[in-house]
Design a protein around this ligand. Structure first.
Ligand SMILES: [Zn+2]
Length: 220
């Protein structure tokens, strides 16, 4: 198949590659060029919205593989439009996105923890800046959280605790740039630790944040 032919719609002579295929015709080509065929199809869809919707649904049901492959090819050919359209979709379906994310998180707790840790390490400066900004913008909430933390410490401090020794640990930690950590977490799932000198240790900041309330060295 080679040469030129005239489109019966726009009457322009075009190379045969500019025409779609039609097996039922003797020359195997459609009589409209691709541009005209496309415009005619769009025009038909505009005039028959219900019919074309049904036809499209029927086609999708009959050729799921073809549709999937075509969609994939389109996404790969238009990455920026694909990104824009998925951003728009997430914006319009925020509740569903949130619910899906929560369900996934609940089903993949270890994975989520690992990813959170990597994410924290990669975005440390940004997270700290955001936290500082949030603290400034929400002094009331920040004070409440600080108060709660103090209250929890107080609840876990027995009368016999050496408060001076505890204080020294905190002063030294601040001096050396460490976090003070409770070896047995104060609010562990199975056991609660005490806010006493013997239950304190200095930890590298990153390590403490990744530890959360799960494990300690002699965990039963
Ligand atoms: Zn044409």
């Amino acid at each position: 198949m080679s040469g030129l032919r005239v489109c019966s719609k726009c009457k322009v002579q075009k190379p045969v590659e500019a025409f779609g295929k039609n097996k039922s015709r003797s020359d195997g080509l459609r009589h409209y060029c691709k541009v005209c065929a496309c415009a005619a199809a769009a025009d038909y869809r505009a005039r028959n919205p219900d019919k074309s919707r049904l036809a499209a649904a029927a086609y999708r049901a009959e050729h799921p593989d073809k549709v999937q492959a075509a969609n994939k090819a389109w996404r790969e050919a238009h990455p920026e439009r694909q990104r824009a359209s998925s951003t728009a979709w997430r914006g319009a379906n925020a509740d569903k996105v949130r619910a899906d994310h929560l369900a996934w998180s609940a089903a993949n707790r270890e994975k989520r923890r690992r990813w959170n840790k990597i994410w924290y390490e990669n975005n440390r400066d940004r997270i700290i800046a955001k936290t500082v900004a949030w603290t400034r913008a929400n002094p009331g909430k920040h004070n409440a959280a600080t108060k709660l933390r103090k209250q929890i410490l107080k609840q876990h401090t027995p009368v016999w605790a050496d408060t001076q020794a505890i204080e020294v640990v905190y002063v030294k930690a601040a001096e050396w740039g460490f976090d003070v950590d409770h070896v047995v977490p104060l609010r562990g799932k199975t056991v609660c630790g005490l806010h006493v000198w013997a239950n304190l240790q200095l930890l590298d900041r990153k390590l403490n944040r990744s530890k959360s309330n799960r494990v300690w060295p002699d965990m039963p």
